[in-house]
Write a protein that binds this ligand. Sequence first.
Ligand SMILES: Nc1ncnc2c1ncn2[C@@H]1O[C@H](COP(=O)(O)OP(=O)(O)O)[C@@H](O)[C@H]1O
Ligand SMILES: O=P(O)(O)O[C@H]1O[C@H](CO)[C@@H](O[C@H]2O[C@H](CO)[C@@H](O)[C@H](O)[C@H]2O)[C@H](O)[C@H]1O
Length: 462
Amino acid sequence: MAETVTTRTLTTGPGLLASLDPLLREWLPRQRWFAGKGRPVTGFSLVAATELLPAGGPLGLHHLLVRAHQGAPHQGTLPGDCYQLLIGAREALPPHLAPALIGHVTEGPLAGTTIYDALYDTRPAEVLLEALRSGARIGALRCDRDPTQEIRAGLVPRRVTSEQSNSSVIYGDTFILKLLRRVVPGINPDLELPLALAREGVRRVPPPTAWMQAELGGEPYVLGVLQPFVQGAADGWELALRRLAKDEDFAGEARALGRATAEVHTALARALPTTTLGHAHMDPLVAGMVERLEQAAQAVPALRPYAPGLRTAYTALADLAAEGHTWTAQRVHGDLHLGQCLRSASGEWSLIDFEGEPARPLAERRMPQPIERDVAGMLRSFDYAAHSAESPAPGWAAACRAAYCSGYAEVSGVDPRTDPVLLRAFETDKAVYEVVYEARHRPDWLPVPLSAVRRLAASDPS
Ligand SMILES: Nc1ncnc2c1ncn2[C@@H]1O[C@H](COP(=O)(O)OP(=O)(O)O)[C@@H](O)[C@H]1O
Ligand SMILES: O=P(O)(O)O[C@H]1O[C@H](CO)[C@@H](O[C@H]2O[C@H](CO)[C@@H](O)[C@H](O)[C@H]2O)[C@H](O)[C@H]1O
């Protein structure tokens, strides 16, 4: 255990949670990373509680894993998602921590304190780094690290303020820690794939430096991953928007991104099992697409008129499979878009965030898939960027899409455009996902994927 970190697993955890319950009920659903938007939280149950700094001191710090229950019990409440919370407790919050406020506690072990999201605060972030650095074992929490990478003590933390599905802290421009918010049991691809790529010597993906997991009921829960910070980097989304604003093309970068994606894909195919998908595998894959479309149309009425047209993309794929066509599948990124691509000051592209689409079950995210899945994600992203610009140059997105596929083919020898049926099915599936994502998280953005939906629904090649 780390010398500088005082810790214990809380036996008072349930009492603590009961006293925080009304505050968390109000605060949790307002967080960007809360996955259960639109359904009220009806209660919490404690999965694990660990005291990282003692309550009663000037700053108390609790690491909590809590399950948020949603829906009325008589409607057959689902078990609910498990969230990772880092709860700070102070007598009063200094003004710079005001945005982190959760509320004032009136009873239980923290009565009389103000609690807040401690990731906004310096000392708690330092405690996390120290735990990772020292390979701490704290109650259910365990930290492991790559012994070949050095982590200097005393790096100054700052929170990442951009919109995220999780929460990240940068340490002295040297490392970045991503704390996963909605956590699930099992091997998490956000750690698994970068570790596999590091073993392959791939430099396109920052190699995990240290990671924190919880061991609960014999299952690992990945809670956080520390990795080298790509200094002076801009992400592909920012860069694309800047180019669009200046009426400049992005095809050169798109081609480099295609090459980078192919490098990562070929390394993943070397490092982890691949498989051939025939009729028997394609049927459930297509069934999943159809089901996601049906659920999306239920959730977002604006999608309904296009559902029949979109479905033709899936039946075309099922028809090919029925004719005996086969596809190669391998581990892929799973949620590739411009925001997941970082260009360093020297112009090199890195790919980050291998978590996959956070809403999908872990087992599904870890299944080998055709590489067209990731390619489709990037193609959609060029389209997103063009739609976000005031007046994009005609053909901007089409030029990026073509350059990306060419770059991909240069490295892998496979041009994704040679399988238009598969590509259209994956693009359709992605656009449907985006419709649901935007309806839930950023309703103002809904017209962006809807315009793609209109195009894809009308592009029946048969
Ligand atoms: N290794 C890194 N170097 C520099 N910035 C990074 C690195 N990893 C992530 N980031 C920044 O942090 C943001 C969030 O990271 P990401 O892994 O995409 O988290 P999330 O799953 O929460 O979206 C990214 O958009 C990127 O700008
Ligand atoms: O935050 P994550 O990286 O886990 O991804 C989720 O959020 C993304 C938005 O931040 C979302 O991406 C969609 O919007 C992007 C522009 O903001 C665009 O580049 C992507 O092509 C588009 O899919 C992503 O789908 C979602 O999983």
